[in-house]
Design a protein around this ligand. Structure first.
Ligand SMILES: Cc1cc2nc3c(=O)[nH]c(=O)nc-3n(C[C@H](O)[C@H](O)[C@H](O)COP(=O)(O)OP(=O)(O)OC[C@H]3O[C@@H](n4cnc5c(N)ncnc54)[C@H](O)[C@@H]3O)c2cc1C
Ligand code: SF4
Length: 320
């Protein structure tokens, strides 16, 4: 049965009784096939829309579609890194239905997880058949356990945007940093939320002074595909010098990652110029920090090249 709660608290209570959440339904969630009641979040009051807040901040409801996010008036000017990431993911058709909350909490893409002949750490079993089997899209920064990267592109952009996520639980609401939605290591699932928790909204602080951005995704094909590596860069430039830098990457580890060593090396750089020696050394550091699996060695060079490309794009960005 499909249940249509009118507010977030009702949705949380229905999930607590064993129903499963659904938003745009573009993921592979098969709650109906599994016989569970489905809580449709798309009609829940207050869960949809992009609302401006104080000091340039913005709140995005979790049931806002990716297409609405990519086209929200003014957002391309205030939060271009997020808009560019949203506009580049999946296909126009998927973006019309896919929601922000569903994107953040989508399941990983591992073929073993979708094959009923296998059981693994992600479905209550033991071990990871991909680790000793096929893992060509797997992590290049191995933290143990599951080796499939988290597939959310928006999570990478939200990390770079220093966003927080509002979560509703049976005990009330709380705010977590975007990166804290995910965990890595032996027992970690695709995200840390419980089955009776709902992502309510995402809060984006205002832009950095003199914000410039770069976004690059390396993919096996240009459309309808998750990236092999994705990089989002935000620079705040005042007086012709980078004073603030945020660099986030996806599809390289179980969780989206910030690259603080690259961020630190960028502070003091002059946009319009090529990467300086310090930034080049930091990129080299990123490459040597990788610990690839047998089939992901190619991602070491790809990670370096993708981050480099996004940095160059940000340094060349004239700003808005
Ligand atoms: C061809 C193709 C290419 C794609 N490429 C990309 C890509 O490059 N990058 C990328 O990031 N994604 C990509 N996707 C995935 C797509 O973006 C996701 O399927 C989509 O964002 C999921 O959103 P949804 O609203 O449809 O979620 P649903 O499928 O409805 O739900 C997904 C999961 O999230 C849970 N959920 C949904 N909303 C909430 C909420 N508010 N609170 C709590 N739980 C919730 C559901 O219970 C379910 O477990 C691609 C998909 C396709 C088909
Ligand atoms: S990579 Fe993750 S999802 Fe795939 S088999 Fe291993 S534990 Fe399961």
């Amino acid at each position: 049965m499909i249940l249509r709660p009118s507010d977030v608290e009702e949705a949380v209570s229905l999930l607590g009784e064993g129903a499963r959440a659904r938003a745009g339904n573009t993921g592979a969630a098969s709650a109906l096939a599994a016989g569970a009641d489905v809580v449709d979040l798309t009609g829940v009051a207050g869960l949809r829309g992009v609302r401006p807040g104080p000091e340039g901040s913005v709140q995005v409801g979790a049931a806002t579609t990716v297409a609405e996010l990519a086209q929200a008036p003014g957002l391309a000017r205030s939060h271009p890194a997020l808009v560019r990431t949203a506009a580049a993911l999946a296909t126009p058709e998927v973006r019309e239905s896919a929601t922000v909350g569903g994107n953040l909490l989508q399941r990983n893409r591992c073929a073993y997880l979708r094959d009923p002949a296998f059981s693994c750490l992600q479905d209550g079993g033991r071990g990871c058949p991909a680790r000793s089997g096929d893992h060509p899209r797997g992590v290049v920064v191995d933290s143990g356990g599951c080796v499939e990267p988290h597939p959310s592109s928006l999570a990478v952009a939200l990390l770079a945007q220093e966003a927080t996520v509002e979560v509703a639980s049976p005990g009330g609401r709380r705010s977590v940093d975007a990166g804290e939605l995910y965990a890595s290591g032996e027992g970690a699932g695709d995200h840390v939320l419980g089955p009776d928790e709902v992502v309510v909204s995402v809060h984006l602080p205002g832009p950095a002074a003199g914000e410039r951005v770069g976004h690059l995704r390396a993919a096996a094909r240009s459309r309808a595909e998750w990236p092999l590596v994705e990089a989002v860069v935000r620079l705040g430039v005042s007086g012709g010098v980078v004073g603030h830098a945020r660099v986030a990457v996806g599809a390289v580890a179980r969780v989206p990652l910030r690259l603080p060593q690259v961020e630190q090396a960028l502070v003091g750089a002059r946009p319009g110029q090529a990467l300086d020696e310090r930034a080049e050394r930091a990129l080299e550091g990123v490459r040597s920090w990788c610990a690839p699996l047998p089939q992901t060695g190619y991602k070491v060079a790809l990670l370096g090249a993708t981050v480099r490309g996004a940095l160059e794009e940000a340094l060349a960005d004239p700003g808005r």
